[in-house]
Design a binder for this molecule. Structure first.
Ligand SMILES: Nc1ncnc2c1ncn2[C@@H]1O[C@H](COP(=O)(O)OP(=O)(O)OP(=O)(O)O)[C@@H](O)[C@H]1O
Ligand SMILES: [Mg+2]
Length: 883
């Protein structure tokens, strides 16, 4: 390995591995042949490299089947980069690690930062120097990702999504600042773990703006995110031409009439795959069919009917078979460890480690000499064949010993997923289950998707246990419970929550707690997907179940989901009942039942306030005040804080209950900044929604920012199919803004769509607002048919079934009827509705409505004095009490 000192900002130097680093995990053969063909490909990548060095970075995908020459093209490019003094940093993915989260991304970052060769202490120092001025909390998160965190320093309480956002911002900002060109390589992306894949995709987004070339190799079956990076170039490697294959064969075998026929036979069998050519030649040499030195072989006897293995795999298999027992055992053990392995690990698995013959046969190569010898397979396919061709029982034994060795050597929680994989491969199902669950717990703080992967693996292992195993039911229930409970945090279609299975298993085990936990997650995810009817039914079932279980803490913890489902459908009597139940059972303890939210009591208080005003019951204002005060003083979880603010402001402001004053702006801004720093994406959506909404009700430039925030919330909800219930909120406000800014047609069209969706969706609290916006816009336009359409929209709202005393709809209806009468010039009806509207607003203490009612009185006075209400009922927008 050649080493090069690279100057980095701040006057430090780090040792960057040059050129040969590229082959570090896949050392080139000492007898590597000259490159044949690939002129166009190399010229193309070379050209792109030059552009990258000049500042226009680029991603180049190199695609093709095993052995076709992807890594070789990377090596050739690395040589070009080396010639231009540009460092190359490389990482690789491995088949057995595709479920190990963060594996690849951590390795990818370690090399350029220059911490690969450092102990954890020095690595942390290096990290601080590499990211001067970075927020120490961000560095802690990065240190955790890179596996160099000081275990004595606790991790800050930051949601996984926020970690991701902050790490991306940190890494990308730093990449943008660095002027030095570099080449980054990600090899064998078809084996990348899901988390690394999505993080790298975010990191690579800045590539076009930095002087860097990124080479990503993968086999054709891979179609993941890294193969679809915007602006990437793709080079698909075809088989070598007949001429090139023959040239390669001739070089490896030796040109000459004696070998000519054999060379043709080899080239024919290899079908343009250079690796196949190499392996056939080696196989023939080992069998003695070819004698002499590489590149100058002579055939032994007649080669007319020489048997050449049919496939590349078979050729490799035949070569492995020929090894003597200790070497073969060593190779097999190495295949269990991975692409790269060291002497200690080998010794933990086999007694007589014998690496020399493997190096001699060019199956593996040494990549490090001190302090501990390290080796690597020369090609991933050799490892695959070695892995698959050994006896299962032997392999299982190696996996078991390896799991034990990793547990002894490494940091166990970080390696939990890896240990679990090995134990699973060893067939130790109970132990594998425990480690998968442990990995899930570790990941739940770092990446929800990774946690879900671990729980799914645990579920699979549990399902493999014999049914008469005493742990069968409990192990099958536990991961399913967690998968259902957290399903809503991932969005997506989420079709497979496995809830019905959980229900059956819980029935068989008599485990009602787990069922309730899983059900509560499902209620939340159904609500978020806007499956309002299903969610509402399930919520009723959940509360019955909780009442039957009779565990106060569990009820306090889980009623949250039932409430969000019921308020979405406007079933406020239920919300009030559930909120009161939680408040009573919490007995004043804000932390009781903190499982899903940080403070169920505070959330329930805000919810009760919401239910109370919707039903016209006094006390809502006190509830809101109490909830907000406690939230601001106590809560550290951005999701819970955003939840409390949401229930307080998001309904009350548009529905004219609270005015969007200074307190609302301050509270919602606080919630947003906390969510940005440490909240998960859902908390961020909510926080954007609340603050956006508060701003959208202001005048001046901040209003625009409000709509931007609402649009962000909406986009994410729609794209990730996350909190779809937020979509109508954004749409209704957008429709109203369109009318306000003159696009009345667009406003009416959008409002109609929202109204239709909501009326068809099994009841929704937003129906009244959507109909209000539609009616306002129709009245504002006042074309033929508009007033009739407005009248029928009002009738539709009146026909929506509600709980008794649901004043939210009643007061909206009074106001709309007043507006319609006003527009139609029906003065008596107008006055009647207006007066009742005003009286109701005043008696309920709804600040917004009181203001709007006053505005309408002013307006009528003006209208009456100046223009009289015309028969067409066309009235000016400014006069409408729309807000
Ligand atoms: N054009 C070429 N000329 C000469 N040798 C080549 C050529 N292409 C590839 N080889 C040799 O063939 C072998 C296999 O190539 P390589 O390792 O690049 O395959 P790969 O496409 O990366 O396969 P995998 O998907 O399994 O990683 C290597 O030893 C390489 O040096
Ligand atoms: Mg390769």
């Amino acid at each position: 390995m050649t080493l090069k000192r690279v100057h980095i900002k701040g006057g430090n130097t780090v040792i960057a591995r040059r050129l040969l680093a590229i082959g570090e995990h896949q050392p080139r053969r000492p007898t590597e042949s000259k490159l044949v063909g690939r002129t166009w490909e190399l010229t193309t990548v070379g050209g792109i490299l030059d552009e990258a060095i000049a500042g226009s970075g680029c991603i180049v995908n190199i695609v093709g089947p095993a052995g076709i020459g992807k890594s070789r093209l990377v090596r050739e490019t690395a040589a070009l980069a080396d010639g231009r003094g540009v460092p190359v940093f490389s990482t690789y993915c491995e088949s057995h690690a595709s479920d190990i989260p963060f594996h690849v991304v951590a390795r990818m970052l370690r090399a350029p930062i220059g911490i690969d060769e450092l102990d954890a202490d020095s690595a942390r120092t290096q990290l601080r120097e590499w990211f001067p001025g970075a927020d120490p909390e961000d560095l802690l998160l990065l240190g955790d990702l890179l596996g160099i965190r000081d275990p004595a320093v606790p991790l800050p309480d930051i949601a996984p999504d926020a970690r991701r956002r902050r790490l991306t911002a940190l890494v990308n900002a730093s990449a943008m600042e660095r002027p030095d060109a570099a080449v980054y390589v990600i090899e064998d992306a078809h084996w990348i773990d899901e988390i690394s894949e999505s993080m790298l995709a975010e990191f690579l987004a800045v590539v076009p703006q930095i002087p860097s070339l990124v080479l990503i190799t993968y086999r054709p079956e891979y179609q993941g995110a890294l193969s679809r990076m915007p602006g990437a170039q793709t080079i698909a490697l075809r088989p070598l031409s007949d001429g090139h294959t023959l040239a390669l064969t001739a070089e490896l075998v030796g040109a000459g009439s004696a070998t000519g026929e054999l060379a043709a036979q080899i080239a024919d069998r290899a079908a343009g795959n250079p690796f196949f050519v190499e392996e056939i030649v080696r196989d023939l040499a080992e069998r003695g069919v070819l004698q002499g030195q590489p590149g100058a072989y002579q055939p032994r006897g007649d080669v007319g009917d020489v048997d050449v293995p049919a496939t590349l795999q078979a050729t490799i298999g035949a070569r492995i078979d020929r090894l003597r027992a200790p070497a073969k055992r060593t190779l097999n053990a190495a295949a269990v460890i991975g692409t790269r392995f060291d002497a200690d690990m080998l010794a933990a698995l086999v007694s007589n480690v014998d690496v020399a013959p493997l190096i001699e046969a060019e199956l593996v190569g040494q990549v490090r000499f001190a302090p501990n010898a390290e080796y690597a397979f020369r090609h991933p396919l050799i490892r695959t064949v070695a892995y698959e061709s050994q006896l299962k029982s032997v392999r299982a034994h190696s996996h078991r010993r390896l799991a034990a060795a990793i547990e002894v050597h490494g940091s166990t929680d970080e390696n939990a997923a890896l240990i679990a994989e090995h134990l699973e491969a060893a067939g130790d199902l109970h132990a594998a289950f425990d480690w998968h669950m442990r990995a899930g717990t570790w990941s739940a703080f770092r990446d929800m998707r990774a946690a879900q992967t671990s729980w799914r693996r645990a579920r699979r292992v549990a399902d493999r246990l014999p049914h008469d195993d005493p742990d069968s039911l409990t192990t099958r229930i536990a991961p399913r419970t967690l998968l259902c409970a957290h399903a809503y945090r991932l969005g997506g279609s989420g079709a497979d929550t496995g809830f019905e299975e959980l229900r059956e298993l819980c029935a068989a085990a008599g485990d009602r707690q787990s069922l309730a936990i899983g059900m509560s997650g499902l209620v939340t995810s159904q609500t978020m997907k806007a499956h309002r009817r299903e969610a509402s039914q399930l919520a009723s079932e959940l509360v019955q179940l909780l009442e039957a279980i009779g565990d106060p803490t569990l009820t306090v913890a889980l009623s949250f989901s039932a409430m969000i489902s019921k308020h979405e459908t406007g079933e406020m009597a239920d919300v009030l009942r559930f909120a009161q139940l939680v408040i009573d059972l919490a007995e004043g303890d804000p932390a009781k039942g903190r499982l899903i939210t940080e403070s169920p009591l505070t959330v329930a208080t805000a919810k009760r306030g919401l239910a109370r005003w919707c039903l016209g019951i006094a006390g809502w204002k006190d509830d809101f005040e109490q909830a907000i005060t406690t939230a601001r003083a106590l809560l550290t979880d951005p999701g819970t804080l955003a939840g409390v603010m949401w229930f307080t402001y998001v309904y009350a402001i548009p529905y004219g209950v609270l005015l969007p004053g200074a307190a609302a702006l301050r509270d919602t801004a606080e919630a947003l900044s906390m969510a940005e720093r440490s909240g998960d994406d859902l908390a961020l959506d909510l926080a954007r929604g609340i603050h956006g909404l508060a701003l959208a009700y202001q005048e001046g430039p901040v209003r625009e920012r409000g709509f931007e925030l609402l649009a962000k919330m909406r986009d994410r909800a729609a794209n990730d199919r996350m909190s779809l219930t937020t979509v109508p909120i954004a749409d209704i406000h957008t429709a109203r803004e369109k009318a306000r800014t003159g696009d009345i047609g667009g406003s009416i069209e959008l409002a109609r769509t929202v109204v239709d969706d909501l009326l068809n969706s099994g009841g929704c609290i937003w129906t009244a607002l959507a109909i209000s916006v539609l009616v306002e816009a129709l009245l504002q336009r006042g074309d033929d048919g508009d007033l009739d359409e407005a009248a029928s929209a009002i009738d539709q709202l009146a026909a929506v079934p509600t709980d008794p005393g649901f004043v939210l709809n009643e007061i909206s209806l009074l106001r709309l009827r007043a507006l319609l009468a006003h527009a139609r010039g029906e003065e008596a009806a107008y006055r009647d509705h207006r007066d009742r509207y005003r009286a109701m607003a005043t008696s309920l203490g709804f600040e917004g409505h009181i203001k709007w009612a006053a505005a309408s009185r002013e307006e009528v006075r003006t209208c009456g004095a100046t223009s009289r209400l015309s028969g067409r009922g066309r009235i000016r927008l400014a006069a409408l009490p729309v807000r």
